[in-house]
Design a protein around this ligand. Sequence first.
Ligand code: PKZ
Length: 240
Amino acid sequence: MLRSCTAGLRSLWALCGRREGAPRLSTDLPPAPRLFSTEKVIHKDWSLPNPSWSKDFKLLFDQFMKKCEDGSWERLPSYKHRSTQKSEDFKTYFLEPKLVKEERVSQVQLFTRGFEDGLGFEYVIFSNNDEKRTVCLFQGGPYLQGIPGFLHGGAMATMIDTALGSCAAIPGGIVMTANLNINFKRPVPICSVVVINSQLDKLEGRKLFLSCNVRSVDEKTLYSEATGLFIKLDPEKSLT
Ligand SMILES: CCCCCCCCCCCCCCCC(=O)SCCNC(=O)CCNC(=O)[C@H](O)C(C)(C)COP(=O)(O)OP(=O)(O)OC[C@H]1O[C@@H](n2cnc3c(N)ncnc32)[C@H](O)[C@@H]1OP(=O)(O)O
């Protein structure tokens, strides 16, 4: 399957870095074989407010939604099961069907969306494509505790990876994390809201260098700083 799609891949890659006005990826690709059945799933967008969101979270969300009105910022939708076009393309061109056991297919879901409302990762990402940066608003729920009262470092790392990865995907298209370095400076109180500011620092061939910081809503506390290297996948290379 991987090899037989070479022509489609070339156009995929040309389009991943597409300029404004260029045709959208989904219309230019050959028909994608379906590896995951999503037909019986309700496609809820999980990056919208729910009753578990704190007042601070909703306030910040509203402020960023206002910034979206002139088109400079964009809220990225987030689905538990349904995929974005990029992840569909990833499945089509890089995932070998034999790696996914048939009986597990219906259970597949996005790691960060695998919790009930308010219990795990509550987050929304806004992107500013011109400035190549994103802002992720994140409220870590009670199931993400590490040291009592504080967020697990792995949960923070997950959100940092997600925030940086989303930022890298703007110019990079289909990318994977190759390296992630985090300095944890202050522990994050459980159920508090933090703001992750990510930016693209350098683009070097297929390598995207990014950095981010994690701060409290009032910006007074710097919780973490991180850098990440993301690699734009090469359609000529198998991942396995
Ligand atoms: C996924 C699509 C859906 C998108 C949906 C929508 C977006 C929604 C966002 C959600 C965000 C989720 C964020 C979670 C993201 C993960 O969780 S990804 C999972 C964790 N990462 C992995 O499993 C990656 C495992 N590693 C690999 O598969 C391979 O090493 C890679 C990263 C694909 C690179 O392999 P490769 O394409 O063969 O590249 P390779 O030729 O080895 O290296 C290319 C260049 O990078 C350099 N390089 C490679 N690795 C390193 C390294 N670790 N350190 C330094 N340099 C390195 C090489 O030296 C080389 O440099 P140059 O010689 O060109 O100067």
